[in-house]
Write a protein that binds this ligand. Structure first.
Ligand SMILES: NC(=O)c1ccc[n+]([C@@H]2O[C@H](COP(=O)([O-])OP(=O)(O)OC[C@H]3O[C@@H](n4cnc5c(N)ncnc54)[C@H](OP(=O)(O)O)[C@@H]3O)[C@@H](O)[C@H]2O)c1
Length: 334
């Protein structure tokens, strides 16, 4: 791999793409050349990188000539169409969509957990689902210490997880409600302002949504733990940025709050915020724009024989997407 790689960001005008460009700059990734790609609608737009306005170009089949690393965040169908084209042109694709995550030939990586899997790539590396990545930042260190068997979880997912249009939908609906106007909606099946929606992604015949099953399926692959079980309810909440997840986890080995705190205090990319008597716990409003995830409300689970309850919050545009993708790119250069 070129030490100063030519990096392309596909979907550079989107909620994740903009964060990818900012994260490359913030982490001083040694970008040799930066190419920004989006749809024909965005030609003429620019995105700031290191104080310069970089022009957005149209994504075409020829766009990957000379590119070393392509960070994709333009949706699953674009990844399916252009990911293999980019890989065939010789660049390593780091894909944010769900298109390749469960493909056995594609590593699915959270660098703090299975960074070594990056080396197994055959041109495409997948970035996990955002709620899964954030949850695993706390689950995995506990798994290493106590052996997780299963979890029960509910997520509280921010609208920016759906993309730029959903952020605008929440903003405009809040204004409409406050002004007493009729609420209009385009992105979600129901009003999201002053509401919570127990649906993220589409439903499967089992009654779970696709998003809910990602925790078990992707969790198994990332943790190399094929027996991991997860029963999850994913909920969209009127929060702009950062997902929260309430988790009850059951373990093989005896667990205590003290031992869990000790383990979590050493976990990379994770901060403990847990002083309940001062009402201090992780909050999406304050975790937004932070690289590290936060865990709090750590307590013994009163309904499991050997379980812990905890609350994990992470900026899903960062650890759930852009930051994780750039960390994978950093692994490639190691
Ligand atoms: N949002 C999150 O927190 C999050 C987290 C993890 C993974 N992801 C995944 O990341 C991807 C992007 O999500 P997002 O939230 O950033 O969505 P978004 O805000 O809607 O942005 C979509 C991006 O894709 C581009 N695009 C759309 N159609 C295109 C086409 N035909 N050709 C080229 N570019 C096209 C858009 O360009 P134009 O502006 O030109 O339309 C825009 O740059 C999705 O696969 C999503 O599942 C998102």
């Amino acid at each position: 791999m070129n030490r100063n790689p030519h990096v392309a960001v596909v979907g550079a005008t989107g909620a994740v793409g903009i964060e990818m460009v900012a994260t490359l700059e913030k982490r001083r990734f040694p970008v040799g050349k930066l190419t920004l790609l989006a749809s024909a609608r965005s030609v003429g737009k620019t995105v700031k990188y290191k104080g310069q306005d970089v022009a957005v170009q149209e994504l075409t089949k020829d766009a990957f000539k000379g590119v070393d690393i392509a960070l994709f965040s333009a949706g699953g169908s674009i990844s399916k169409e252009f990911g293999p084209i980019a890989a065939a042109a010789g660049c390593v694709v780091i894909d944010n969509s769900s298109a390749f995550r469960m493909d056995p030939n594609v590593p699915l990586v959270v660098p703090e957990i299975n960074g070594a899997d990056v080396k197994l790539h055959k041109g495409i590396i997948a970035n996990p689902n955002c709620t899964t990545a954030i949850s695993l930042m706390a689950i995995y260190p506990l798994h290493q210490a106590f052996g997780v068997t299963r979890i029960f979880a509910s997520s509280y997912q921010a609208v920016s997880g759906t993309g730029a249009k959903a952020i605008e939908e929440l903003r405009s609906q809040v204004g409409q409600v406050v002004r007493g106007e009729v609420v209009t909606r385009e992105v979600y099946p129901h009003q999201i302002a002053f509401n919570v929606l127990p649906q993220v992604d589409s439903f499967l015949p089992t009654g779970y949504t696709k998003e809910e099953m990602k925790m078990e399926n992707e969790g198994r692959k990332i943790m190399h733990h094929p027996k991991f079980r997860a029963s999850v309810t994913c909920v969209r909440v009127p929060v702009y940025r950062a997902h929260s997840v309430a988790i009850s986890a059951e373990f093989e080995k005896p667990v205590t709050v003290e031992a869990a705190r000790e383990v979590l205090s050493k976990a990379p990319g994770l901060d403990i915020v847990d002083t309940p008597e001062k009402s201090e716990y992780p909050l999406p409003l304050y975790v937004a724009e932070k690289d590290n995830c936060q865990v709090g409300r750590i307590r013994m689970d009163c309904a499991l024989d050997n379980g812990l309850c905890f609350w994990v919050v992470g900026d899903q545009l960062l650890k759930g997407a852009a930051l994780n993708a750039v960390q994978i790119a950093e692994e490639l250069l190691r």
